[in-house]
Design a protein around this ligand. Sequence first.
Ligand code: SF4
Length: 127
Amino acid sequence: MAVGGADEAPLAAGWGAEVEAFGLSLPATAGVLAGCAAVVGGDSGLVHLARAVGTPAVMLFGPTPATAHPDDAARIQLSVEGLACRPCSAHGPRRCPRGHHACLDRLEPNDVMGGLHAALDRGSCGR
Ligand code: SF4
């Protein structure tokens, strides 16, 4: 399932998501997220909303600081280690000021899958 704002729907074209939920109201989005086994996303309102409704999450930190949030055992945080420019913004710039977006491009799919398994394991303890 892919979830996001209405303007993000074109970005998800070709992902192959069986269900897409773009441009829903906040309560409807919360309901969708509450029904998910786990979510994966950036340091975004959607992932925070998922955690608010009790859904385990993998949060991918690109330009924003991973230390800005309180501890949460059911939120797995992933970021590229050793990248000198990271973090570069409290809320994330619309475009990478260095033009390469290595903070997200270098995140490995296998690490995300590992984080997802860990989130599912941890989340199942608290649900
Ligand atoms: S890769 Fe770009 S957007 Fe990411 S932290 Fe570095 S400067 Fe910021």
